[in-house]
Design a protein around this ligand. Structure first.
Ligand code: ZN
Length: 177
C-alpha cells in the first residue's frame, strides 16, 4: 500500500489561539485533540506528516485582504499548543514544517517534489480554515493527481456555514473521500 501524507494546514497561534490575529477560536481549538490523536496513529503507520503554515513577510500583499497574521519569526506564526508539542517531539525527515505564503501549500513551495520523492499517492488534509487554505491546498493536490482525503472533525473554519459548504464542495468537485 502506498504511503499517505498528512497536510496539516495553518495550525498556528494566529489562526487557532483565542487571541490570534485571524483566529478560528474555539472551533479551531476543538480539532486539536482529535488531530493530535490522528497524527499519532499516522506517524506510527509511517505516514508523512507535513505542517504547512503561513509564514509571511511583514508587507505581504495578502494583508490588503486580511489583517496581518503569521509574520515570519513572530509567535503568531508558531504552531499551536498540542500540535506544536507533537511537532517538537517527533520532528524528523517524516514529520516536518513547511513554510507557505499563499492559501495553497503547493504554491511556490517544494511540496509536490517532496511528495513525489516519498512516492505519495494520497494526501489527507486537516487544519484551518476549511474553506480557504484547506480547500486551496486540497485543490492543489487534486490538480497534481493526488487522491484527497479528509475528515470534517479535523478541520475548522471561521464559521460553521463556511466549514460545511467547503467540506461538501471538496467532496463534490475534488472527489475528496
Ligand atoms: Zn496568510
Amino acid at each position: 500500500m502506498s504511503k499517505t501524507a498528512w497536510l496539516v494546514v495553518d495550525m498556528t497561534e494566529d489562526f487557532v489561539a483565542t487571541n490570534g490575529a485571524l483566529t478560528c477560536g474555539q472551533s479551531g481549538q476543538a480539532i486539536v485533540d482529535p488531530l493530535v490523536k490522528s497524527l499519532t496513529k499516522a506517524r506510527v503507520q509511517g505516514d508523512l506528516i507535513i505542517f504547512a503554515c503561513d509564514a509571511h513577510e511583514p508587507q505581504d500583499a495578502e494583508f490588503r485582504l486580511w489583517p496581518p497574521h503569521c509574520i515570519k519569526g513572530t509567535s503568531g506564526a508558531m504552531l499551536y499548543g498540542a500540535v506544536k508539542n507533537f511537532y517538537d517531539t517527533y520532528r524528523s525527515d517524516s514529520v516536518f514544517y513547511l513554510e507557505k505564503t499563499r492559501y495553497d501549500a503547493f504554491y511556490e513551495t517544494n511540496l509536490d517534489d517532496l511528495l513525489r520523492s516519498h512516492a505519495i499517492k494520497n494526501v489527507h488534509i486537516a487544519g484551518v480554515c476549511t474553506s480557504i487554505c484547506c480547500y486551496a491546498t486540497a485543490s492543489g493536490a487534486y490538480y497534481r493527481g493526488y487522491g484527497v482525503y479528509l475528515e470534517p472533525t479535523l478541520m475548522a473554519d471561521l464559521t460553521d456555514k463556511d466549514h460545511n459548504y467547503a467540506i461538501q464542495h471538496m467532496r463534490d468537485v475534488l472527489k475528496a473521500q
